[in-house]
Design a protein. Structure first.
Lengths: 77, 345
């Protein structure tokens, strides 16, 4: 199981979603990924993408103009 | 054996209905959504503060969730440039290469279909719905030029078209497909009601900035000023933001219209020199081009015109280059009658 950070700062949606999607394709079920974004839209779009593609959102937090979305990779990807 | 279809999902109603029609026939459907860089989706909400109170969602993702299908979003920004620069079938009313765009997207979807072991492609196209890409004479062009042939099924207007392979092979029942045509939205809305779909997006010009007159004008101006049809991701993002003012052929100003845009432009100060009023409240402006010292004074007067000091005899601004070196300029704000309307892009 790995845990890593994905820097999506300054990217506008849907680019953060695409980055998460492309990274998750390389990961294994159970691995964890935390996306750091500056576009507030990512707070909706990344969890929506996770729900429809079978990944678990562990946390969504805002601090200092940054949005952190923690994800556990599901088995269905 | 359960057949699998990949659907081009834009986030609008037509592709949503096309998916539902095919799902009803027991086909496994997954969606594919292409990001060209010109997608209207989301950006303006992200950039402009005043839009942030509106519900913010990516319609393609939302549609996929409503339909219970997976959605794959594909970044085609780089490859798409060729479609924008040299559309074989030309542009629509503005810089929208709709037919070439559809061909390109179907071609990419075909590659995805083959790589993932899917059987055919579906789209929400309707004959006569769009003036360039969805005509009786152009629908076959999409099939031919993309190489997909009769593995492309348009469930909403299939009965107006020759049977495709999925119909002939009995993977889908042609009798349960539709015969929509023309620009009327009534059949789609009636079908949506039948499926119990009440909430859906119907963007007027589609979901692409290239169908927008003002946006296309700014893109044409960018190409003219640079002497070539080129753009980078930052260029096409910036065309979505602020007032674009070109007082001289060799430089233009991008002036933030409100705080959200100002914050967004702030992120570009290492790429573009900038002007910001300091004696009064006012917008941040980026300078794109090579202004002379005299031009810079004019630029400062224009920016001052959009500040709270627009009626003051003198306004102080900070000019900052891309290295972060700053200096002060003191100018008289440009009076309204000197702001040439032709400068406004």
């Amino acid at each position: 199981m790995s845990r890593e950070i994905l820097d999506c700062r300054r990217l506008l949606c849907p680019m953060p979603v695409i980055r998460v999607q492309d990274r998750i394709e390389q990961l294994q079920p159970g691995d964890e990924l935390e996306a750091i974004c500056t576009d507030p839209g990512a707070m909706n779009d990344i969890p929506a993408w996770c729900r429809i593609n079978g990944h678990q959102v562990l946390a969504c937090e805002e601090a200092g103009g940054e949005y952190r979305i923690a994800i556990r990779v599901g088995g269905g990807s | 054996m359960q057949r699998k279809a990949v659907a081009l999902v834009s986030g609008g109603l037509d592709s949503m209905l096309a998916v539902r029609v095919i799902q009803e026939q027991g086909i496994h459907v997954e969606g594919i959504n292409f990001f060209t860089g010109f997608c209207v989706e989301g950006h303006t909400h992200a950039i402009r503060k005043r839009d942030r109170k509106k519900p913010k969602r990516n319609n393609a993702l939302w549609v996929a969730e409503q339909l219970g299908i997976k959605l794959h979003i594909i970044d085609i920004v780089e490859e798409y440039k060729e479609v924008v620069f040299n559309p074989k079938y030309g542009y629509g009313a503005h810089l929208n290469p709709c037919l070439d765009c559809k061909i390109f997207m179907v071609k990419k979807a075909k590659e995805w279909m083959e790589a993932h072991g899917f059987d055919f492609i579906i789209t929400g196209e309707v004959i006569g719905q769009r003036p360039k890409s969805q005509r009786k004479d152009t629908l076959p062009v999409v099939q031919r030029d993309s190489g997909i042939g009769d593995l492309l099924l348009r469930p909403l207007c299939a009965k107006n078209l020759p049977p495709t392979l999925p119909e002939r092979e009995g993977w889908v029942d042609r009798d349960k497909l539709y015969d929509f045509s023309g620009r009327s939205r009534k059949p789609q809305i009636a079908l949506a009601r039948r499926f119990g779909i009440e909430d859906f997006a119907q963007p007027a010009g589609g979901c692409c900035f290239l169908t927008d007159e003002q946006y296309s004008r700014k893109l044409a101006d960018l190409w003219q000023a640079r002497g070539s049809r080129q753009y980078e991701m930052d260029d096409i993002m910036l065309l979505k933001v602020g007032r674009h003012i070109r007082p001289k052929p060799h430089f233009k100003l991008i002036v933030a219209r409100e705080e959200g845009e100002g914050n967004f432009l702030q992120g570009y100060r290492r790429l573009y020199p900038s002007l910001k009023t300091v004696s009064h409240g006012g917008p941040l402006a980026l300078i794109d081009g090579e202004p002379t010292e005299e031009d810079l004074a004019l630029a400062a007067r224009i920016v001052a015109r959009y500040s709270q000091g627009k009626n003051a005899p003198e306004v102080e601004l900070e000019y900052r280059d891309t290295e972060g070196n700053a200096r002060t300029l003191k100018v008289a704000p440009l009076p309204p009658h000197e702001l040439n309307p032709e400068w406004m892009l």
